[in-house]
Design a protein around this ligand. Sequence first.
Ligand SMILES: NC(=O)c1ccc[n+]([C@@H]2O[C@H](COP(=O)([O-])OP(=O)(O)OC[C@H]3O[C@@H](n4cnc5c(N)ncnc54)[C@H](O)[C@@H]3O)[C@@H](O)[C@H]2O)c1
Length: 258
Amino acid sequence: MSDNIAFEKTSYEGQVVIVTGAASGIGKSAAELIASRGAKVVCVDLNQVGVDQTVTSILKLGGNAESAVLDISNQKGITDFISQTVGKDKRIDALINCAGYPGPTGKFVEEINWDDFQKVVAVNLFGAIWLTQSVLPIMKKQKYGRIVQVASIAGKEGNPKMAPYNTAKSGLIGFVKGVAKEVATDGITINALAPAVIATPINVNTAKETLDYMISKIPAGRLGEPSEVAEIIAFMGSKACSFTTGFTFDISGGRATY
Ligand SMILES: NC(=O)c1ccc[n+]([C@@H]2O[C@H](COP(=O)([O-])OP(=O)(O)OC[C@H]3O[C@@H](n4cnc5c(N)ncnc54)[C@H](O)[C@@H]3O)[C@@H](O)[C@H]2O)c1
């Protein structure tokens, strides 16, 4: 009996879940896992080809998914997309925001071009804020919602020569802490996740010295896998995550034990 109850809480049967960054890496893995647990997943990304491939792989496995092309640094684009989604699907049970990029790496803060700095903050922080602002009224009406913001170990500890990314991800962690308290009696939880280095395409252009530094800090002595991150995201986005909010979950192979 108790096993059935546990299953029920991690199931996404009948739910509509938005996953951003779903074309690749962590977002793709999370979209596939959450679809396998019963959700209709709206897969969002800048990359049309990639996001369509994610949807195809979900449909092939008998899941339910559709794609949407969206740049999350476009506030109006987000508002329009969320109203279209809720117009069609009538509900949004969870927002899983995995879209992001590191921007300049291997550069001292004073060497970073301001446009590049702002762009990193616009995608990794403002996009997360605008998505949250757009889904909260719907979740409040439903009296239910789960928001997962993928931050980074960079936001907890700060990696040298990644100032824009550190700034955006630590801002995201602070954002989640306060908003969680605003919606704590509305049936909504909002949490962040701080991965250390995960084996995804995001690290392809990261300066070698920065990547070596980040890997050397992981006691497990290896990179994380997107499927490992997807498991914790699937918990955070489910009914099972009902009494933890405003928290930043760790997935760092032991780098951050707090
Ligand atoms: N992989 C890591 O080492 C690592 C570590 C810590 C945190 N993260 C975070 O995890 C999240 C997922 O990263 P990943 O490793 O899967 O990388 P990834 O590059 O494989 O996937 C990121 C996806 O986000 C999309 N994206 C980027 N900018 C976007 C925008 N403006 N609008 C819409 N989509 C956009 C990309 O097209 C891509 O498909 C990111 O927020 C990243 O900062 C990754």
